[in-house]
Write a new protein. Sequence first.
Length: 179
Amino acid sequence: MSEKMNIGIILGSTREGRVSPAVGEWVKSIADKREDANYEIVDIKDYQLPLLGEGDAPGIAKWNEKLAELDGFVFIVQEYNHSLSASLKNALDLARDAWHNKAAGMVSYGSTGGARAAEHLRGIMGELMIADVRTHPTLSLFYDFKGQEFAPQDLHLETINLMLDQVNDWSGALKPLRK
Ligand SMILES: Cc1cc2nc3c(=O)[nH]c(=O)nc-3n(C[C@H](O)[C@H](O)[C@H](O)COP(=O)(O)O)c2cc1C
């Protein structure tokens, strides 16, 4: 049996009242059923990261250590003013080598499925040498949420599993490049 990859499901929002934990836990529940990788929620908020350049808080080293343990990522991406959240961008900026030669998928949400935020994240991933997979489940604030309550449609299960197939495959394929 091939080695299981360690895949981090990264919550992109640190906002008070955020819905990203519910989305992340739902993605993890789908992922865990597959038993093909070790999936874990990685919450940016736990690291209390300062803005880049505003000091050397202990969370920065811990954040890099956590990323170094991971082979691939699923970003939970929410749309803020047609882009990704400032907290996710800052967390991306606060690591470098720990991102390199790994694969990532995204699950985004917003009024148009978070598509604009996700496309911005793809550009950033190119610079960080993260191989972003094609399949991208998009959740609608109108059809997958009832007010503040997260109520995802079953139709997303197929694309989430396809995205996870691709993240696993590419995380494994890139392993020889990771030192
Ligand atoms: C400052 C701000 C800007 C936002 N801009 C957008 C936007 O441009 N497009 C969109 O679809 N949703 C936008 N939203 C709605 C968020 O996507 C929505 O609140 C989502 O739940 C945020 O994710 P979170 O709850 O995990 O923090 C915005 C929300 C805030 C607070």
